[in-house]
Ligand binder design. Structure first.
Ligand code: ASP
Length: 315
């Protein structure tokens, strides 16, 4: 029997402490904690890593603070366009949706794409119709739009830039990785993309091998950051390849893959889990909203890089 392991993230970014007020910090930490507990409940009742990451991520999608589900960032037309992927390490199975605007929990549809279709990725309205056919929850586009995201779009448009959501307001993409007692690995990632992105833009999160990956023999990875650089680095697959083809460990593989993102002038982070050992939470930004279950079975939550010194002994 393998020791179960679990980690979650709520986005990496260059967040300044003073830009995150106490209320926001509480909301973020409470959301991450709820997600961890949901995942842990699954793992402790001998559920699968796949169920654990799906339920953890759907909780973060439901929390408007994060950039996924309701509370997703707005594109240049003021619309929400969400992407999500889930991956199972048993046979490198994967399912994803992209460019959806009406799915309450895109990660649950990604799971259905993986389980119920011969495909990996469905997009746009057709993906929404597929979700409807699976009996999933849909809402009108207005349901997903929050006042905070409207303000953020306005500010980005005044400055005429595409902003990584969390550079501005410190709230990001969400993800989870897990290992269950049978040794299976799984990863899930869900996002609204980047504020003021062009309509039709899809990021790294729903692309298997870029933002999301799972293979039982190497690792499960969920990434966050500047999606274009993660795609151009084949990020999650790069972590996998380093584990398969070199003698690097998981920490080294994540750091080397992030260094390749940095070579492209971008940054971000990831959470990852290997067939044995604690989860790795790596980032080259000033913060990554993150949480994991430590070796004593307790939930740990951190936001800023400065908190990292404490991480090592808590793992
Ligand atoms: N990687 C996401 C994207 O580019 C954004 C993020 O992680 O914040 O769509």
């Amino acid at each position: 029997v393998t020791a179960p392991a679990l980690a979650v993230h709520g986005g990496a970014g260059n967040v300044r402490r003073e830009r995150l007020d106490a209320e926001q910090e509480r909301t973020a930490c409470a959301g991450l904690l709820r997600a961890l507990h949901a995942g842990l409940d699954v793992l402790e009742s001998d559920g699968s890593a796949l169920d654990a990451v799906e339920s953890a991520v759907s909780i973060l999608e439901d929390e408007p603070f994060f950039n996924a589900g309701r509370g997703s960032v707005l594109n240049a037309e003021g619309r929400v366009s969400m992407d999500a992927a889930i991956a199972a390490g048993d046979e490198r199975r994967a399912g994803a949706v992209a460019g959806v605007g009406r799915l309450c929990n895109p990660i649950r549809t990604a799971r259905r794409v993986m389980e119920d279709t011969p495909h990996v990725l469905l997009i746009g309205e057709a993906a929404e119709r597929f979700a409807l056919g699976c009996g999933q929850r849909l809402a009108e586009p207005g349901h997903f739009v929050t006042a905070a995201r409207r303000d953020q779009l306005e500010r980005a448009q005044q400055r005429d830039r595409v902003s990584l959501d969390h550079d501005e307001s410190s709230r990001g993409t969400v993800g989870a990785v897990a290992r269950d007692s049978s040794g299976h690995l799984a990863a899930a990632t869900s996002t609204g993309g980047m504020t003021n992105q062009l309509p039709g833009r899809v990021g790294d999160s729903p692309l298997v091998g870029a933002g999301t990956w799972a293979d039982d023999s190497t690792c499960a990875v969920s990434a966050t950051g500047h999606g274009e650089a993660f795609m151009r680095s084949g990020f999650a697959h790069e972590v996998d390849a380093r584990l398969r083809l070199t003698d690097t460990n998981l920490v080294g593989a994540c750091e080397r893959a992030l260094a390749r993102v940095a070579e492209l002038g971008s940054d971000g982070g990831c959470i990852a889990i290997a067939p044995a050992g604690p989860p790795v939470l790596a980032f080259n930004t000033s913060a990554m909203f993150r949480g994991w279950i430590d070796s004593r079975g307790e939930a740990q939550i951190r936001i800023f890089a400065d908190d990292a010194a404490r991480d090592a002994d808590q793992r």
